[in-house]
Design a protein around this ligand. Structure first.
Ligand code: ADP
Ligand code: MG
Length: 680
């Protein structure tokens, strides 16, 4: 098989230079890659429907004889039209073809074919327009449908694949050793390849695809776990003294055990000359991750080095900047903010001080990773809400120091199966408790008929001195049917909250405006904040106890969980009101999940099952190699492959065992495209 990857596709009959270029557009250069180019769908031509049984609008296969010579003519608009009639035992139907002058030579009067197309039941009889057809003697029952590109049609791909299959040797070297296939009931590679392209039966197809999917996910998993072992570079920024106890004295509360454990894990890494810190701190919303990061920054800075803290939004950057500035006000730590919306002169000033080492700690957005930002001795990079940053961006920030330590914090719980994939190269510390005294958040689902009552409830909370958020429909997405944040807020102020100070926060505001709204809200000068989802990530105002979310069904569950996490951050009882008029079963089921649980991990799993991994990955942002047959949304096989990976690592002594040579070669091949040298 491996030699087929070295054989250019032009070696196949009928594939010349032009064809080869077309295939190349689809990522297929060699015969081996063609065999790995699996159909995107299949058509089942074995399931024959009788003409009279076919219902209107359905796409079916009909096996029938051409029962009349073609009649040709022209439509009013001048199109060539050819009609004939075909019959099976149940009855007859008319076939119509447009602009196909050759059709009369392709279908012979008196011969039987299988026709596949959409059935149109009309008053004057049954009709099929431009069906596909094939000779019943030559048809493979299940027909593969490939991704195509201009000039390359499905039949051409099928022809090429047929030839490629003939080149497979009798004994294909299977990357999955026999004992593994047996243990996990997976078919052999040759059978899998053949049946994934031209299935003998639906069952054979399922068996074949399962084996290929599991293999690909297994290779992905093994590759990622070997990245993990390879990337353990020696510690280039050894920290000598642990200052975390001194840090805790700055706080007005004591840290939870979960926070202490996470800090200790990190300190263990940065003080160890053998390893550097490469860790994900995962903790539900409100578990106090910022303090873990702050503690680590403190220790690193006290040891004479710089730290950078990267967050996804300007609001969050400003918030962290303000709270850390306050926390460190009686220390000698120099702290600065660097975001895109600072004046150029200010940015330059901050950058100059970073380069000279005058600033110890910088908090910022993507502005941190531009080429202009240079550091004196950057030893620690913290990224908050990492799933919003791609692997590449993280790498870019890391390149600004000499292999700095990396601490990644994520509040959006990632389902375990996906976490292993995304964060496969990181160690994980989990903060599994909330600070003491936090109350349950009551979550209610209502429809808009009781919104007025809900607003009355919000009003009473505000009169008791509490603060509230109302999340309105998006303005940024240009959804004209939904009220923009400003119109929506104006209506609320006019009708319900005319005597209450209300702030508005949305993506279109200038950074300075956002900052002043946020500051006023956190200082309790504003009691109600009407906002778009810009408040989703990280905002922390403990006195806010109620959040109402309009059009709740439009949000992902993990996003709702994040939004809900804006309340319940202090000692007071808190509430989350989800407003939705969508009565579909799925919407209701999802929103009820929100009401039933506060466990972010359960919610993330439910979200993942309902919506797939889209929420967790931007388009290829994750920097994973392209998959040819499997999908990360395939939870079941993802889990199975992880199980097999664990077994293989043990069984093969980290792939050193010769029986796994083939599998190792596959790992190298899959990861070649990401340019990851460490795997070779
Ligand atoms: P998240 O994990 O969501 O980022 P934050 O770091 O924003 O959480 O912390 C949430 C709130 O809890 C903040 O107001 C923070 O000051 C407070 N907090 C953090 N740790 C503790 C603690 N150990 N005891 C009491 N309050 C804490
Ligand atoms: Mg946070």
């Amino acid at each position: 098989m491996s030699s087929l990857y070295a054989m250019p596709i032009e070696k196949l009959r009928g594939v010349g230079k032009k064809r080869a270029e077309q295939f190349q557009k689809l990522g297929v250069r060699s015969v081996g890659e063609l065999l790995n180019f699996y159909p995107r769908a299949y058509e089942d031509w074995s399931d024959i429907t009788e003409i009279l049984d076919a219902s209107d609008g359905e796409t079916v296969c009909i096996k029938a004889e051409v029962g009349a010579p073609f009649q040709k003519g022209y439509t009013k608009s001048g199109k060539l039209i050819a009609k004939t009639a075909v019959y099976d035992e149940s009855g007859g139907m008319e076939l119509v073809f447009f602009n196909n002058p050759y059709i009369t030579n392709m279908l012979n009067y008196g011969k039987t074919y299988i026709f596949r197309g959409k059935v149109d039941r009309r008053l004057d009889g049954i009709q099929m327009v431009s069906p596909m057809f094939s000779d019943p003697d030559k048809t493979t029952d299940i027909k593969p449908i490939y991704n195509l590109t201009a000039g390359l049609n499905n039949t051409a791909v099928i022809r090429a694949v047929e030839q490629a299959l003939c080149l497979l040797p009798d004994e294909v070297n299977d990357p999955l050793p026999k004992h593994i296939r047996k243990k996990y009931q997976l078919c052999d590679l040759k059978y899998a390849i053949k049946n994934a392209h031209f299935p003998e039966s639906t069952k054979a197809l399922a068996t074949a695809r399962k084996r290929l999917v599991v293999e690909e996910l297994l290779v992905l998993n093994l590759g990622l776990s070997s990245l993990k072992t390879h990337k353990r570079a020696a510690n280039k920024n050894i920290v000598k003294t642990d200052y975390s106890a001194e840090f805790e004295k700055l706080l007005s509360f004591t840290l939870t055990n979960g926070q202490r454990r996470a800090i200790a894990d990190c300190i263990g890494d940065i003080t160890n000359p053998e390893t550097s810190l490469n860790r994900l701190v995962q903790g539900d919303v409100g578990s106090g991750k910022t303090m873990v990061a702050a503690s680590l920054c403190y220790t690193v800075i006290k040891n004479g080095m710089q730290a950078a803290f990267m967050v996804p939004t300007e609001i969050l950057a400003e918030q962290h900047y303000n709270s850390l500035k306050e926390l460190f006000k009686n220390t000698d730590i120099n702290i600065a903010l660097l975001t895109g919306s600072l004046k150029p002169s200010e940015k330059d000033r901050v950058r100059a001080k970073l380069e000279s080492g005058e600033i110890d700690l910088v908090i910022g957005t993507h502005a941190l990773i531009t080429d202009k930002t240079l550091f004196n001795n950057l030893a620690l990079v913290v990224t908050d809400e990492q799933h919003r940053f791609g692997v590449a961006q993280r790498a870019k920030l890391l390149s600004k120091g000499n292999s700095p330590h990396l601490l990644v914090m994520s509040a959006t719980p990632i389902p375990r199966t996906l976490g292993l994939i995304i964060f496969g190269d990181l160690d994980i510390s989990v903060i599994d408790e909330l600070p003491p005294g936090r109350q349950e958040i009551d979550t209610l689902l209502i429809d808009s008929s009781v919104r007025t009552r809900a607003l009355g409830f919000i009003r009473r909370e505000i009169e008791r001195g509490r603060q509230a958020y109302i999340v309105c429909p998006l303005v940024d997405e240009g959804e004209s049917d939904l009220a923009s944040a400003e119109d929506y807020a104006a209506e609320l102020m006019l009708n319900y909250f005319s005597d209450i100070p209300v702030g508005i926060l949305h993506g279109k505001l200038k950074a300075a405006e956002k900052e002043s709204v946020m500051r006023d809200f956190s200082e309790n000068k504003l009691q109600l904040l009407v906002a778009t989802t810009v408040i989703e990530v990280g905002i922390d105002v403990p006195n806010a106890t109620i959040i109402m979310i309009e059009n709740a069904e439009r949000f992902g569950l993990s996003q709702l969980h994040q939004l809900r996490g804006r309340v319940g951050r202090g000692d007071e009882k808190s509430y989350c009101i989800l407003v939705s008029d969508n009565t579909s079963d799925t919407a209701q089921e999802r929103l009820k999940t929100m009401c039933a649980t506060r466990d972010g991990f359960k919610i993330a799993d439910a979200d993942y099952k309902l919506r797939g991994p889209g929420d967790f990955f931007g388009s290829r942002q994750h920097g994973l190699p392209p998959l040819s047959i499997s999908s990360l949304a395939d939870t079941r096989n993802l889990e199975l492959s992880q199980q097999i990976a664990e077994y293989v690592i043990k069984d093969s002594n980290n792939l050193l065992d010769d029986r796994y040579r083939g599998l190792k070669a596959e790992i190298t091949r899959l990861f070649k495209s990401t340019g990851d040298e460490t795997l070779n």
